[in-house]
Design a protein around this ligand. Structure first.
Ligand code: MN
Length: 247
């Protein structure tokens, strides 16, 4: 695989046609992590990406779905040996999901412990309003030599960002984050060699329409602006970062 772009967090199976979404990423040579929101969705993603050059499927259990799907942790455990990639997982303390926060913590802890046991996993982690506790739990249950962690759409304090960098985490950054002043401030602190691009499609939109699968070109441009470098240099350094992450 010699990608031109990186989309390290995209819900390909939430577009109308998963096969078509995979084909789009392959055509644009975008190394794409197809995150899933429930373990039940994983087998089909795994099957349809099996022959893809640029797309890899990740086994996930989204914190926003844990209220109804906590019991799928059993299926998660069963499927884990089939996937090097884990996501979307994490915690969400926004008002709509706070009810399930205790069970979310139990499920996330179990996921971290399972990843610790198996080793060599790469995780895409959601941390909406939970930056500190997500880092606390990773530090407690998943030693850095047992896995690699990519913080997706991370919006913590400067202190949290510095701590995450210290813990060896990577950061996948999307267009909405790059367009917000608070997002730009966070990104400017992160060393360039820890950054990846993502769409978080179809949730992130441009002009009222969901970003397409792998549509990170604009994010690379905006990121280059934050770092004051050439766009193509930024693009190449993101590809290099992916190579290091996957090594
Ligand atoms: Mn997502």
């Amino acid at each position: 695989m010699r990608p031109q772009f990186v989309d390290f967090h995209c819900h390909l199976d939430l577009y109308p046609d998963l096969e078509q979404a995979i084909a789009v990423c392959d055509a644009s040579q975008t190394a794409t992590l197809a995150v899933t929101t429930t373990p039940k969705a994983f087998p089909r993603n795994k099957e349809l990406t099996a022959s893809s050059e640029f797309v890899r499927a990740a086994l996930g259990l989204h914190p926003q779905l844990v209220a109804d799907r906590a019991q799928e942790i059993k299926l998660f455990e069963e499927l884990l040996p089939q996937s090097r990639y884990v996501g979307e997982v994490g915690l969400d303390a926004s008002p709509a999901h706070y009810r399930s926060f205790d069970i979310q913590k139990k499920v996330f802890r179990k996921i971290l412990e399972l990843c610790e046991e198996s080793g060599d996993k790469i995780l895409s982690v959601h941390s909406n309003r939970t930056s500190k506790i997500v880092l606390d739990m990773i530090a407690a249950f998943l030693p850095t030599d047992r896995a690699k962690v990519v913080l997706h759409w991370f919006c913590g304090s400067k202190k949290d960002v510095l701590r995450a960098i210290d813990m060896g985490c990577y950061f996948s950054v999307n267009e909405q984050m790059l367009n917000s002043p608070s997002g730009q401030r966070i990104i400017a602190i992160i060393p360039r060699e820890r950054l990846l691009t993502e769409t978080d499609g179809p949730f992130v939109e441009r002009d009222g329409k969901p970003l397409g699968p792998g549509d990170v070109n604009n994010s690379v441009k905006l990121m280059a602006k934050v770092f004051g470098c050439e766009k193509d240099l930024m693009r190449k350094s993101i590809i290099k970062n992916l190579g290091k992450l996957m090594a």
